[in-house]
Design a binder for this molecule. Structure first.
Ligand code: FES
Length: 127
């Protein structure tokens, strides 16, 4: 039912944890199942130098967030903004159709963390 990559990221999730001095933090919930995901981004000079996540979610949510963190680490903010759940699912060699909604958590958490980063940047500029 699950690809080897999904099982690998589920059993050995990358970048699990928190970043205490994160540049942006995003927390999102999945309306379908009630699961929750929090994404932490550390951004320097417009580049994501570190990211970590925590989730109270299912295996597919863990695997997609793990893959998503690997895909955005080292990327610019602009590149990370273009990350879609479809790209993450593809990188995992697919997910069962009933689990696609889980992958949305990863995309939305990254976007929420980037939004938070932009808000903090603006607040700094406004003094
Ligand atoms: Fe909730 Fe997968 S069942 S995120």
């Amino acid at each position: 039912m699950y690809s080897e990559k999904v099982m690998d990221h589920f059993e050995n999730p990358r970048n699990v944890g928190e970043i205490p001095d994160a540049s942006g933090v995003g927390t999102v919930g999945n309306a379908k199942c009630g699961d929750i995901m929090r994404m932490y981004l550390k951004i320097e000079d417009g580049v994501i130098v570190d990211c970590k996540f925590k989730t109270f979610g299912c295996g597919a949510a863990i695997a997609t967030s793990s893959m998503a963190t690997e895909m955005i680490k080292g990327k610019t903010v602009e590149e990370a903004e273009k990350l879609t759940n479809a790209a993450v699912v593809e990188a995992l060699d697919g997910l069962p159709p009933v689990k696609i909604h889980c992958s949305l958590l990863a995309e939305e958490a990254v976007k929420a963390a980037l939004d938070d980063y932009h808000k903090k940047q603006q607040a700094q500029q406004n003094g």
